[in-house]
Design a protein around this ligand. Structure first.
Ligand SMILES: Cc1cc2nc3c(=O)[nH]c(=O)nc-3n(C[C@H](O)[C@H](O)[C@H](O)COP(=O)(O)OP(=O)(O)OC[C@H]3O[C@@H](n4cnc5c(N)ncnc54)[C@H](O)[C@@H]3O)c2cc1C
Length: 346
């Protein structure tokens, strides 16, 4: 059996480790700190339409959205953990002056996707002019998803090692070993999913876009309200309010400015949240690239999957499927060209 090392325990690394272990590989996950992964703080929206994606990124995102129901149920089955997953569509909030969003929605509708238009509910702010329901969109409780992965790793015998990989021992396109702070690691194949920290190991333009978010004590909201100033995401025990976008910022804290932006963004859509009780605040680092596309790089015995930016939770099932097809069946999806790192070499 081939031995595979996955570096990084965010949603991308754990999705790959999960499918590889199910294929019978001997998998080890090396992670600097499991709690550091941005995936724990994500809103969990699976929202290629609300995000306004286009072209190949839309195609990839939409295919991954369609892979979600089966992926979640397989993960629930193996982990024996429940994962809250809502498949009832996301409401794209159209604020005053944002008529271009209606045009965009009509464009998706003309292509045959499920799009309906609604008058805003009475309790939303007068600034909300319209609501677009993207019926195929969904959302998942990202914390439950990540928890389930950790249980699945245990059940599948995937070893989780806490260490920081500080150097790759490389001979051109071939990796001979990984140098960790604690040990040296050798495997037949290496898969890197190091998120916003990728630049520490690879000379590629991946940079952090910090996102702050809040949890509010449960306020009843029937669906995700996705607007340009905030997104309000109901989970079973609380309401998640996201998120700021702070480019290049790796500071490990919530800031007063960030919290202010979140609170005012939420109130611009839903004034009835004014007296909602704050439970906690969160922050994480989206792995971004200059053209906002992921990076899929392959070498002789390694693969790097990163740069999922705002949509890593959405992209996880398809990314992992393509990684496994490549490793075990030598099938190279055309997305390896579209997202290839060669696009950055001049
Ligand atoms: C506030 C916020 C809201 C978001 N909302 C959504 C959403 O609604 N929907 C969506 O699809 N996406 C969302 N995202 C984006 C999503 O969270 C990311 O795209 C995704 O989590 C990236 O996953 P990843 O596995 O690549 O990286 P991460 O989850 O960050 O994991 C990287 C892992 O690599 C490890 N690591 C790094 N370097 C090393 C090293 N040298 N040695 C060992 N380990 C290392 C880290 O410790 C970490 O465990 C959101 C992000 C934020 C911040």
């Amino acid at each position: 059996m081939r031995k595979i090392i996955v570096v990084g325990s965010g949603v991308i690394g754990l999705s790959c480790a999960f499918l590889l272990a199910l294929e019978g590989y001997s998998v080890k996950v090396i992670t600097r700190n499991p709690e550091e992964a941005t995936s724990w703080v994500a809103g969990g929206m699976l929202a290629p339409f609300s995000e306004g994606l286009e072209g190949k990124l839309f195609d990839f995102s939409y295919m991954s959205l369609k892979a979600y129901p089966e992926f979640v149920s397989r993960l629930e089955e193996v982990s024996k953990q429940r994962i809250d997953f809502w498949q009832e569509g996301i409401l794209r909030v159209v604020l005053e002056g944002e008529e271009e969003l209606i045009k965009k929605a009509e464009d998706y509708k003309s292509k045959g996707y499920s799009v309906s238009f609604f008058e805003p509910a009475k309790n939303l702010s007068p600034e909300v002019k319209s609501l677009v329901l993207y019926g195929e969109e969904a959302w998942v409780d990202a914390e439950m998803l990540m928890d389930a992965f950790l249980f699945a790793m245990q059940r599948l015998g995937v070893e989780m090692v806490i260490d920081e990989v500080v150097k790759l021992e490389r001979r051109e396109d071939h990796i001979e070993a990984l140098r960790g702070l604690k040990e040296r690691y050798v495997a037949d194949f290496y898969l890197f999913s190091t998120g916003a920290w990728t630049k520490e190991l690879f000379d590629l333009p991946v940079f952090p876009v910090k996102g702050q978010a809040l949890k509010l004590k449960h306020v009843s909201l029937p669906k995700v309200h996705y607007s340009s100033v905030s997104y309000l995401i109901p989970r079973s025990r609380y309401l998640y309010v996201g998120a700021t976008s702070e480019e290049g910022d790796f500071s490990r804290c919530n800031t007063l400015e960030g919290l202010h932006r979140l609170a005012s963004g939420a109130l611009r859509v839903a004034p009835f949240l004014a007296r909602a009780e704050l439970i906690s605040s969160l922050y994480g680092f989206r792995p971004a690239t200059p053209d906002e596309l992921p990076i899929f790089e392959t070498g002789e015995n390694y693969m790097l999957l990163t740069g999922h930016h705002r949509n890593g939770i959405l992209h996880a099932p398809l990314t992992a499927r393509l990684a496994v097809d490549y490793i075990s069946r030598d099938i190279r999806s055309s997305f390896f060209e579209v997202f290839g790192s060669r696009r950055f070499s001049s």
